[in-house]
Structures are given as structure tokens and as C-alpha cells.
Ligand binder design. Structure first.
Ligand code: PEP
Ligand code: MG
Length: 900
């Protein structure tokens, strides 16, 4: 018999797969002796079985019954007992936190009979009726799928009848009447009575939590966050403690450090006389924790003590949910808290200083996506004054950093619609709820007028790395009329431009100019980590990058094909160029030379054109080799199909037809048209390109090799060092490579001889066709290095045209779970990755000194970098801007899986 239920005393923090994050950490806190109300966790196994079978698995009900009985014994009360009822909460808790995505029901066990028992025992009738109406409301929404608006409206009506604005003003009699209205809503909307049997309430709530795993919004969130769909959620059943038992009770959230900046100190929100969800939902405005100190010093001190216990136990920032019931503090949840990218770097660096973690652990506490986020631009407010129409209109809370500019929209639907048509939008809401998720994803940034840093908007935006300003109470947001009004009276209608600064909380009407991030300034070398202008974040990034460079086994190179890009790549820490594409060197003014080459009717003309191209190419390479100052530069011989350098077929046909009609047809255009026709291909990516060009266009590759060799000689003569690696694209058979290699070698020898320069050149190939990967052992006999072209290798392995499929059907594939992320973005380990590892292994077997690298887009993708480390490549190469990300991820890969 499978064990599905675990008491809090039976678990610990490393059982998240089984107990979910919340359950595992409740168990951990219980075992630390912290004040956690007793309870038990129903495992994710049970959820998976329920979702697979459509009903509770065998034995679950009985096990729940046993654990409930034990809980009742411990509490000395029975669930739903009319005299003195035990009440429980039923909360979801998956392995990865999914804020606001799934369900919670509080106060289970209340009924028409037990509500008066509770009133009696608590000595507070108002409290009992308030708890009951909350139960019906939450149960109605989550278990019976009733639209929450119905309950909100009834509550609003009750308040209005008494001339109240806050629900705390309603007394016991008002609430008893409200309970009747709520029960009527249940009857009308769900076609059944609100269940009076406590165990039935509990069982239905547990099933509703299981089912909430597969709601649309939960699935959308998981796709966004790349959380697997097959994990399921655990369910926590916990004895209720009450924050709504009058002014000496309350509920709050706390962080052991500031999750926005990473600063040490105490951060959090507290709401007196309230129950759990009120704080997170941002319904009422909260107090800060410092204010709690004045309200209830004993509980505050106890909270501080527990926070420090938790931080030293978890050795990281923790976030906490707590409740104070008549002056007694209870812990309802903790976990290692989410944080902004900046906070992640600062906390990791500070914890090393505090000797809590090692530099290796610091590397595990940050990641490449966070670093990429820190490289986003920020608002530039230093220079010229803002234009007349652009001005600061209000300030909210800096909930999630970044600088976002866009058109104001006031609902999720419009956000999605406008962003699809290419508009940048800022989603503005009073507060967000899980139904706004689609709009939040579509928007550049999110602005709310209510709720704190732990509101739904703030938590979800931080998770997505999206700019968010929340709780801007000075703004009057009218979502119905689709406009906001600033304190000055200024109105922004839907479509008006607005800028929000998630780092400072500032809100501007109009468009504020943006400037590069200080982290980029640091990488560019314009901001030294020790300079007066560098801030603590730049210093933290510098330290962590220094540790990363000491740790990593992979070299990091850049894809660059101009001296400027090469120079930037070096500043960003590139240790060479892994891919210098040569195609752009044949565009612009040189295009006519390519046309002449293609149209050449005899050998003499062809030679003439190549002779004209040679010095230009040589200069290109001199520039790049000089910029790289002796670091290796991999130059790829021409790859794309020739027609890419010729005029477009349709345009040219029209030009020729028009000219003909006017009787002014040109001989040259006609010949060009013929050539374009001849070179036209149905599938150019599978046509005459790569090494095939080198084999059928006489002299082309040789000219390029000569230009490389002469450039290297020139650099050497001038006292520099040039290390070149000549790379042949799209090789599928060793014979192709052998022919080009032999020709290239003789040119290299000849140039060495005539110039007397010491030219250090390797000749190798890209591996970007499945056949190349599968015959890597043979190809390695002729290649001094391999560079995996994972763009083409993905294209040819899947049979996906890389230029067409992402727009055509990838979203359907993602929706249907065929893959969780585009294989052009993150390497498909099972398919393409398998080819890479086979080729790496067989290549090295044939030639132990074979140098291995990757130059497809995946070279800068965090997950893929880990794979390349694991299969033992020597380097990854990516665009200059992603070089720091690759450096960091290469180090993280080495921490996780050290190389011998
Ligand atoms: C590749 O195919 O991965 C590659 C780097 O070459 P390109 O993208 O230029 O085809
Ligand atoms: Mg390629």
C-alpha cells in the first residue's frame, strides 16, 4: 500500500518532490521546534494518481482519516464539532512555488451548527461569522467554481447598507445575514447546498486542490516558468490559527533580506485582524513590520528570533508567512525566497563575506538569466531635462526592476491584442489576479495602484523578470473608463505613453530615454569595480564573475565578424572568436564583384574579380586579427547560397520586363536574370551552399584562404600574433573536407614561404549535418578541430526550416507539450545533443588532440552551456552580449559537475 499522507513531523526540507515546497518546509520548521500549527501533507504521488485515474487512489481516504484522527487527538477537538470545532486549512503546495496559481481553502469545519460553538469558545461572535462567510466564499470559488464577483458584490452591498468602506466594520449580525446571502449564491450558482458535513468539505477541498494543478492559468504559468506539467501538487491540511480574532491578531509576510535590493534588514507587511490571503491579495493596505514592533513587541521579537534561526538554517534569504493569534505567533510557511536579479548577486556576494557560503555556492545562487536581466538598459534622467510632455506623475513601490516604456492598457485582453500587433504596452490595473497572467506576459511592464511588494503583481512580475511598479496609491486607476488620473489631475487614457521604473518606483507620463545598465558599463570597461561611481551591485557582479572565471573549464569565445564586434567581445571577456562569418564581407559595394564572379564567362575574368576581392578580404581579416591581439580567431569560409548575393528574382524579372517594354533592354540585366534563374533553388538551405560552393566555384575558397594567410603574415610582420583557425562549413563527408584542406594547406605553405612569416593556422570543420556527426571518426582524420553548428544541426536533425517554423507552428508545439522550449533556443539534448556527444566522442577517439567547440546560438544559452560542459567540449562561442552569461553558466556547470 502506497503511503500518501505524512505528518509534519515525518518530513524534511529535501522532500520537495514528494511533499511540495510548502509541505517540506513546514516539516522542516516543525522539526526545528518552531511554532507551526500541527497538520499533515498529502503527497504529490496522490495528486498524480488522482489526475491519472480521475478519482482518489485506493487507500487515500482511509489514510487521511487516520491522520485527521491523530490531529484531532492532538488538538483535543474534533473537526466540525458543534460545541468546539477543530478547523483546518487546505492549501496547495507544488515542488516549485506558483504564486496565486492554485487553490487554498481556510476555515474548513464550520457549518450552521459549529459556527455558534466557535463563537462561544472564542468569546467572539463576529469572528465566528466572519470565518464562516470566508469559508463559503473560498469554498464557493475554488471548489464549486462560482464566479467570485457574486460574493464580492454581496459583501459590497452589506458594507454599503451600513455605510462602511472596510469589511472590519461589519458586526456579527451583519455577517450572519451575509452568510445567508452567500449560501443562497451557492444554491443558485452551483445548484447544491453548501455542504454542512465537515469531512465532506475537507475531501472536496482536497480534490479541488488536485484539480487546480490543471487550470488554464496554472498551465500557462508553468509554460512560462518551464515547470514540468507532470509534477502534480501536494496538499497541506493544517490546524487553523486565526489572524482575524480582533486587534491583537493579524497576519503577515516577512523576508530576512530585501528581495528587491538584497540589502540586509527586516522587510515585510503586516495586516491586523485579517486572514492569510488578505495580505497577498493586496486587498487592504498593510503596515510595515517596524510598525508591528510598536503594536506587539513580544510577537515582533519572537519573529525576529525565528527569522534569524531560519536564515542560518537555510543559509539564504527566507520568506515567511505568519499569523498572530491573540498575541501568539505562528509560522505558516517559509521557503528560500524569490528575489530580483540584483538582489541575487548582492546576497550571494554578501553571504560569502559573512562566511555563510563559499564562492562555489555563490555561483550556484545566481544564474545567467539573472545576469542577462541586469544588462537591460535603465532610464536616463541625468542629461537633458525631460521633454515638456514627459514628467514624473507619481511613485509606487519598486517591485521588480527595469525600465519599461509603452502605451497604457487597462486590461489583459487589450494588452495581448496590442502587443500582438507589435505595440509595446504597460498593463495598468488596480491590482492583478491570476486571470491577468496573459496580459502580464504580453506587457513590457506592470503598474498597479494597490498592494505591496508581496502582492500578486509583484510576486509574479519578479518571477518573470518583468518590470513592475505596484501600490501606486496616488493614482486613480479606472479600468472601466480605461484611464488613470494622477494627483496633479493629469489624465492618461488608453493608448497614452507611460514609462515606469521598476528599480525606483517612479512613474512618468510620456517616454523617458533609456541608458545602458551599469553592469554593461562595467563589462565594457567604462566603469571600474573599484571606482567611485560603481555601486554595490557592480562590485558584486565583478566578484562573482571573477570567481566564475577561476572556476570554469570551458573557454568562452564570441561570434563576431567586424573589428568593432571583436573588440567588444574581448571587453566582455571573450577568449577568442569562435565564428567569424564572412558573408557580410560580400555585401554592399562588393556585391557587384560577386555578380561579376557569377557571370564570369572565362577564367581570366574570374581571376580578375577574385584578385579584386583578395585585398579587401585581407583588410577585413587584418582588422579582426589585430583587434583580437593573438587570441584564436576561427574564420568560416563562405557559407550561404550564392543567390543571396544576387538581386531578387521577382524584382529583377520586373526590371527586365519593364526595360524590354520600353525597348531599352540591357544585356547585363538579361544575363543576370539567367544566372538568378539558374541559381534559384526550392530549398536553398539544403542546396548549393557551404563546402559545396567551395567545390564548384573555382578559386573562391582559395582566395579567402589566401586573404587569411596574408592577413596573418601582415599582422605577424607588424609585431603582432595571429592565430587563425580556418573553418569549412556544412561538411557531410570527409572527402569534401580533404579536398578543401589540401588546397588550403598548399596556399598556407606558399604564403609562409613567400612572406617568411610564421603563420599558425589550424584547418577544421563545422559539424552541422547529421551525417557529419555520425561519421565524425572519419572526418576527424582530416580536421584539426570541430565546431558544432547547432543551428543547422537542429534544422537538419528535426527537418525544421529554421527561418520558417518558429512563426508557423512552434506555438502550437509548445501548447501541445511536444517540447517545452524551442530547440533553436535551448539544445534538444535527446536528439541533437546525442549527435553532438557521439561526434565529440568518436572525433576524439580518432584524434585525441581534436579541439571541440560550438558556435550555434546555443553557445550562449544557459541550459545548453551546461550540456556542452558535460560532454567535454573545449569552448562555447556566442554573440558578444551573451559572453558574460556563458562565462557564468560555464562556471556553474563546473561547480555542479567538476571535470577530472
Ligand atoms: C550554425 O549552423 O549553427 C552556425 C553557427 O552557422 P549559421 O548559423 O551561420 O548557419
Ligand atoms: Mg550553419
Amino acid at each position: 500500500m502506497v503511503k500518501y499522507v505524512f505528518d509534519f513531523t515525518e518530513g524534511h526540507k529535501d522532500l520537495k518532490d514528494l511533499l511540495g515546497g510548502k509541505g517540506a518546509n513546514l516539516a522542516e520548521m516543525t522539526n526545528l521546534g518552531l511554532p507551526v500549527p500541527p497538520g499533515f501533507t498529502i503527497s504529490t504521488d496522490a495528486c498524480r494518481a488522482y489526475l491519472a485515474e480521475g478519482h482518489a487512489p485506493d487507500g487515500l481516504d482511509a489514510q487521511v482519516g487516520d491522520y485527521l484522527a491523530a490531529l484531532e487527538t492532538r488538538m483535543g477537538r474534533k473537526l466540525g464539532d458543534p460545541e468546539d470545532p477543530l478547523l483546518v486549512s487546505v492549501r496547495s503546495g507544488a515542488k516549485f512555488s506558483m504564486p496565486g496559481m492554485m487553490e487554498t481553502v481556510l476555515n474548513i469545519g464550520l457549518s450552521d451548527a459549529s459556527v455558534s460553538g466557535l463563537a462561544q469558545v472564542a468569546g467572539d461572535a463576529r469572528f465566528a461569522w466572519d470565518s464562516y462567510r470566508r469559508l463559503i466564499q473560498m469554498f464557493g470559488k475554488t471548489v464549486l467554481s462560482i464566479d467570485g464577483e457574486h460574493f464580492e458584490q454581496a459583501l459590497e452591498t452589506a458594507k454599503r447598507a451600513r455605510g462602511l468602506t472596510a469589511d472590519t466594520g461589519l458586526d456579527a449580525a451583519d455577517l450572519a445575514i451575509l452568510v445567508d446571502s452567500y449560501k443562497a449564491i451557492v444554491r443558485e450558482q452551483a445548484g447544491r447546498e453548501f455542504p454542512q458535513d465537515a469531512r465532506e468539505q475537507m475531501d472536496l477541498a482536497i480534490r479541488a486542490v488536485f484539480e487546480s494543478w490543471n487550470t488554464e492559468r496554472a498551465m500557462l504559468y508553468r509554460r512560462q516558468e518551464r515547470i514540468p506539467h507532470d509534477l502534480g501538487t501536494a496538499v497541506n491540511v493544517c490546524a487553523m490559527v486565526f489572524g482575524n480574532l480582533g486587534p491583537h491578531s493579524g497576519t503577515g509576510v516577512a523576508f530576512t533580506r530585501d528581495p528587491a535590493t538584497g540589502h540586509s534588514g527586516v522587510y515585510g507587511d503586516y495586516l491586523a485582524n485579517a486572514q492569510g490571503e488578505d495580505v497577498v491579495a493586496g486587498i487592504r493596505n498593510t503596515l510595515s513590520l517596524t510598525e508591528l514592533e510598536n503594536l506587539d513587541k513580544t510577537s515582533y521579537d519572537e519573529l525576529m528570533r525565528i527569522m534569524s534561526v531560519l536564515e542560518s538554517h537555510y543559509r539564504d534569504l527566507c520568506d515567511i508567512e505568519f499569523t498572530i493569534e491573540r498575541g501568539k505567533l505562528w509560522m505558516l510557511q517559509t521557503r528560500v525566497g524569490k528575489r530580483t536579479a540584483a538582489a541575487a548577486f548582492l546576497i550571494a556576494s554578501n553571504l560569502v563575506d559573512e562566511e555563510v557560503i563559499t564562492p562555489d555556492e555563490a555561483l550556484e545562487r545566481v544564474n545567467g538569466n539573472q545576469l542577462a536581466q541586469l544588462m537591460f538598459p535603465q532610464f536616463d534622467l541625468s542629461g537633458t531635462p525631460l521633454s515638456h510632455s514627459t514628467r514624473r506623475i507619481a511613485t509606487g513601490m519598486n517591485a521588480s526592476p527595469g525600465a519599461a516604456v509603452g502605451r497604457a492598457v487597462f486590461d489583459s485582453y487589450t494588452a495581448i491584442k496590442w502587443s500582438r500587433s507589435g505595440e509595446r504596452v504597460i498593463l495598468i490595473r488596480r491590482e492583478t489576479n491570476p486571470d491577468d497572467l496573459g496580459g502580464m506576459i504580453a506587457a513590457q511592464g506592470i503598474l498597479t495602484s494597490r498592494g505591496g511588494k508581496t502582492s500578486h503583481a509583484a510576486v509574479v512580475a519578479r518571477g518573470m523578470g518583468k518590470t513592475c511598479v505596484c501600490g501606486a496609491e496616488e493614482l486613480d486607476v479606472d479600468t472601466k473608463a480605461r484611464r488613470l488620473t494622477a494627483p496633479s489631475g493629469l489624465v492618461i487614457e488608453e493608448g497614452g505613453l507611460i514609462s515606469i521604473d521598476g528599480s525606483s518606483g517612479a512613474i512618468y507620463a510620456g517616454e523617458v530615454p533609456v541608458m545602458p545598465s551599469p553592469v554593461v558599463e562595467y563589462f565594457e570597461g567604462r566603469l571600474g569595480p573599484d571606482s567611485a561611481h560603481a555601486d554595490e551591485l557592480v562590485r558584486a557582479v565583478h566578484r562573482i564573475m571573477t570567481w566564475a572565471d577561476e572556476k570554469r573549464a570551458l573557454y568562452v569565445r564570441a561570434n563576431a565578424d567586424t573589428p568593432d564586434d571583436a573588440a567588444r567581445a574581448r571587453r566582455f571577456g571573450a577568449q577568442g572568436i569562435g565564428l567569424c562569418r564572412t558573408e557580410h564581407m560580400f555585401l554592399g559595394e562588393r556585391r557587384t564583384l560577386v555578380e561579376r564572379l557569377i557571370l564570369a564567362e572565362d577564367e581570366a575574368e574570374r581571376r580578375k574579380v577574385l584578385a579584386e576581392l583578395l585585398p579587401m578580404q585581407r583588410d577585413d581579416f587584418v582588422g579582426i586579427l589585430t583587434a583580437m591581439g593573438g587570441l584564436p580567431v576561427t574564420v568560416r569560409l563562405l557559407d550561404p547560397p550564392l543567390h543571396e548575393f544576387l538581386p531578387d528574382l521577382t524584382e529583377l524579372s520586373v526590371r527586365v520586363a519593364v526595360a524590354e517594354a520600353r525597348g531599352e533592354d540591357s544585356e547585363a540585366d538579361l544575363r543576370l536574370l539567367q544566372a538568378v534563374h539558374k541559381l534559384h533553388e526550392q530549398n536553398p538551405m539544403l542546396g548549393l551552399r557551404g563546402v559545396r560552393l567551395g567545390l564548384v566555384v573555382p578559386g573562391l575558397f582559395i582566395m579567402q584562404v589566401r586573404a587569411i594567410a596574408e592577413a596573418a603574415a601582415q599582422v605577424a610582420k607588424a609585431g603582432g600574433v595571429a592565430r587563425v583557425e580556418i573553418m569549412v562549413p556544412l561538411v557531410g563527408a570527409v572527402q569534401e573536407l580533404e579536398i578543401i584542406r589540401d588546397e588550403a594547406r598548399s596556399v598556407l605553405d606558399e604564403v609562409t614561404e613567400t612572406t617568411g612569416a610564421d603563420i599558425r593556422a589550424l584547418i577544421g570543420t563545422m559539424i552541422e549535418l547529421p551525417r557529419a556527426a555520425l561519421t565524425a571518426g572519419q572526418i576527424a582524420e582530416a580536421a584539426e578541430f570541430f565546431s558544432f553548428g547547432t543551428n543547422d544541426l537542429t534544422q537538419t536533425t528535426w527537418g525544421f526550416s529554421r527561418d520558417d517554423v518558429e512563426a508557423a507552428f512552434f506555438s502550437a508545439y509548445l501548447d501541445r507539450g511536444i517540447f517545452g522550449v524551442s530547440p533553436f533556443e535551448t539544445l534538444d539534448r535527446d536528439g541533437v545533443g546525442r549527435l553532438v556527444s557521439v561526434a565529440a566522442e568518436e572525433g576524439r577517439k580518432a584524434r585525441p588532440a581534436l579541439k571541440l567547440g560550438v558556435c550555434g546560438e546555443h553557445g550562449g544559452d544557459p541550459d545548453s552551456v551546461h550540456f556542452f560542459h558535460d560532454v567535454g567540449l573545449d569552448y562555447v562561442s556566442c554573440s558578444p552580449f551573451r559572453v558574460p552569461v556563458a562565462r557564468l553558466e560555464a562556471a556553474r556547470a563546473a561547480v555542479r559537475n567538476p571535470r577530472a
